[in-house]
Design a protein around this ligand. Structure first.
Ligand code: GUN
Ligand code: ZN
Length: 444
């Protein structure tokens, strides 16, 4: 991987078409900026200015400019739900969620007790993120402390804004993957002290899901959030119908009657503003209202939901009821690291429910929408002056088919829609993290 760090203080411009979202197109259809011949100026790893090439260049005489004419710059993609240890088990055949966990996932995660092993997978994982234009992610590690250290260390070297945490799981899983409420608390606490808010890194308290944490362990997770209110919480919810039935019966004696699966997390005080719940396929409107009230987010993971046969996330309903929604690959139940391909499947999930996901709404989900889901929109997700300079240079004509199809494209909406339908890692010409080139497709 090439990492070209600009000299400190160096100001550099990037000429290309540039697009970024300024708001949710669902609410404000015109909330985006597009410069057909644009210039993005970066200094000290942050955006200094963005505008039309000719005008901005006049204001910055002598500026060194990298010419990406014919390409499209967008903010770096943000993956709000992904499991790095599952990189090596993508495409595991045949099962629905609970059997898939037992047959493939738990045995795979066992190896991450070994830090060298964890590091070797972390390197591949981060390289895949960057090859696909993903510059930030909220990531599940495993139950092992070393798996968290390994990923943080690798992400730190790359300068990425990344959030992860030790998985908490003390029941209904093989003994080799179980911790206890006390070790979960103690080890999380140590990891928070070591990593939270270190540079661009943040910590997420990570109970795997209500099925694999005891009530006592969920209480320990809540205690961590009270003691560290700016830490994240990530978990899974309402992914699979059998799982929902199981969780509701598992907690029947712990929570008031008729408490939903999501309500279990609320009962244990885990629904914070920085909580991200993956999937949420089988949530009802009351659950969506609860998410909106608590300002917690859902991560929509279409490739995973289709692959495991989990169901169709009700994106329109969730957004109409004011729920923050981000986009997730959920590797290794998800089948692609590419957020373009994830949007391709998101479109189909919405279409199967009679809706339409416009390209602008889709790109919002992958950038600013996901930044908002992570409460990071003041730092990433757009290219406003002052934002951290995480961006992707997309190649709209990356493949012969894309180039052929683009001959019939006339608007930016259409160009984006074709990109998310036909594009993948091949369409990522370059990826920049905090102003540094971290992936250059053509240099390989
Ligand atoms: N629910 C609990 N653990 C997992 C996991 O690893 N992947 C998915 N998709 N769902 C889960
Ligand atoms: Zn997951």
């Amino acid at each position: 991987m090439t990492t070209t760090l600009p000299a400190p203080g160096l100001r550099r411009g990037y000429r290309a078409s540039v697009l970024h979202l300024l708001g949710d197109p669902h609410v404000a259809p015109q909330a985006y900026a597009y410069f057909d011949d644009g210039l993005l100026i970066i200094e000290h790893g942050h955006v200094l200015a963005l505008g039309p090439y000719a005008t901005l260049l006049d204001q910055h005489p002598g500026l060194e400019v990298v010419d990406y004419t014919g390409k499209l710059i967008v903010p770096g993609f943000i993956d709000t739900h992904v499991h790095y240890p599952q990189t090596e088990m993508i495409g595991s055949y045949g099962e629905e969620l609970l059997a898939w966990l037992d047959a493939y996932t738990y045995p795979t995660e066992r190896a991450f007790a070994d830090k060298d092993y964890a590091r070797s997978v972390a390197k591949v994982f981060l390289r895949e993120l960057l090859r696909n234009g993903t510059t930030s992610a909220l990531v599940f590690a495993t139950v092992h402390r070393a798996s968290v250290d390994a990923l943080f260390e690798e992400a730190e070297q790359l300068g990425m804004r990344l959030i992860t945490g030790k998985v908490l799981m003390d029941r209904n899983a093989p003994a080799y993957l179980r911790d206890t409420p006390q070790t979960a608390y103690d080890e999380s606490k140590e990891l928070i002290a070591a990593w939270h808010n270190k540079g661009r890194l943040s910590y997420a308290v990570t109970p795997r899901f209500a099925g694999s944490s005891s009530p006592e362990q969920l209480r320990a997770a809540a205690r961590l959030l009270v003691e560290h209110p700016d830490c994240y919480l990530q978990t899974h919810v309402a992914e699979n119908k059998s799982e929902v039935r199981w969780i509701e019966s598992l907690y029947a004696d712990e929570v008031p009657p008729h408490t939903s699966y999501l309500g279990v997390y609320d009962h244990f005080q885990l629904m914070t503003e920085r909580a991200v719940f993956a999937h949420g396929i089988h949530l009802d409107d009351e659950d969506f209202d609860l998410l909106a009230r608590r300002k917690s987010a859902v991560s929509f993971c279409p490739t995973s939901n289709l692959f495991l046969g989990s169901g169709l996330f009700r994106l329109d309903h969730a957004q109409q009821r004011g729920v923050k929604v981000g986009l997730g690959t959920d590797i290794g139940a998800g089948t692609s690291f590419s957020l373009l391909q994830t949007l391709n499947e998101a479109y189909k999930v919405v279409k199967l429910q009679g809706g339409k996901l416009s390209a602008l709404r889709a790109f919002y989900l992958a950038t600013l929408g996901s930044a908002r889901a992570l409460e990071l929109a003041d730092k990433i997700g757009s290219l406003l002056p002052g934002r951290e300079a995480d961006f992707v240079v997309l190649d709209p004509d990356a493949t012969p088919l894309l180039a052929f199809r683009n001959r019939k494209v006339s608007s930016i909406d259409e160009r984006l829609f074709v990109l998310m339908t036909l594009g993948d890692d091949r369409a990522v010409r370059a990826t920049y993290v905090a102003g540094a080139l971290v992936h250059d497709r053509d240099a390989l």
